[in-house]
Design a protein around this ligand. Structure first.
Ligand code: SF4
Length: 271
């Protein structure tokens, strides 16, 4: 017997980034019906991102749309430094005395799961008891790797940016035209995710150190209090040494790549 059709409920997933911002603003501009906008705070967004979220929330509420700001009641720092599973399995089964999940790795992205996916899914599950949910997701037309994912092909997902053929560059341009500039975050970064993400590139980390020295100091402090190395080859302290070394060499017009650079860097890091 087929399940009884419930009332449709249109949800917009809003991360605060350029793509979901463009999707949301354009949907509102087109007068499309939206029941609820959902955002989820990781506790580690850039300060400018929090200010952007506040601005967009005001726009959404002014349009008479419900805005739900989700957040895990336990903080990022709790999971990172304090968490201990009740029944340790896998990695934690072997190392029961280790406290906290420490830095994420590409294979263990606990933070994406705990701070975002689990919280958003729990909210959607609650809504789906009452409604048939249609979830608008801000994947740009040129994000082919994301479009390939099975989860983004589900029939309850709507991808407005793909429908409109909007690329990531189109989204950023549209947001700038509407007066949203994240105080220059996208001039520095391609993506504006957690400032403390260990999966970001060296280029992003260099930018963090130069443009957000207070966050860089906080990153050093976090790294000094946890057990897993920040990145496979570098602790944050190592990165500080590397970036200082790069600056010295750049001043003397010396390259910051190549055999000579890396052999001298190795000496510095082991000193
Ligand atoms: S951006 Fe990085 S730190 Fe933040 S949730 Fe994703 S993997 Fe974790």
């Amino acid at each position: 017997m087929s399940e009884k059709k419930k009332q449709d409920y249109i949800v917009v997933s809003f991360s605060g980034g350029k793509d979901s911002t463009a999707m949301l603003l354009r949907l509102i501009e087109l007068g499309e019906h939206i029941d609820e906008v959902i955002s989820c705070d990781t506790y580690k967004e850039f300060p400018a991102m929090y200010r952007h979220l506040d601005k967009i929330r005001a726009v959404v509420e002014k349009a008479g749309i419900k805005f739900t700001a989700l957040k895990n009641e336990k903080s990022f720092d709790y999971y990172m430094f304090e968490f201990r599973p009740e029944q340790p399995t896998g990695f934690f089964g072997k190392y029961q005395n280790i406290k906290g999940r420490s830095w994420a790795t590409s294979k263990v992205r606990w933070c994406t799961k705990e701070m975002k996916i689990r919280i958003i899914n729990a909210h959607l599950r609650e809504l789906s008891k009452q409604y048939d949910i249609i979830q608008c997701v801000g994947i740009a037309a040129d994000e082919t790797h994301r479009l390939e994912r099975k989860s983004n092909k589900e029939k309850n997902k709507r991808l407005p940016l793909v429908e409109w053929g909007w690329s990531e560059a189109d989204c950023l341009k549209y947001c700038y035209e509407k007066g949203y500039d994240w105080e220059g975050l996208y001039e520095i970064y391609d993506r504006a995710s957690c400032w403390c993400c260990p999966l970001q590139s060296l280029k992003s980390l260099r930018s963090l150190r130069i443009n957000f020295p207070e966050l860089w100091e906080e990153l050093k402090d976090m790294d000094s209090r946890t057990w897993r190395k920040f990145q496979v080859n570098y602790s944050v302290k190592d990165l500080e040494k590397r970036f200082q070394f790069e600056e010295e060499r750049t001043k003397h017009n010396l390259p910051i790549k190549g055999r000579d650079f890396y052999s001298q860097l190795k000496e510095r890091l082991s000193a």
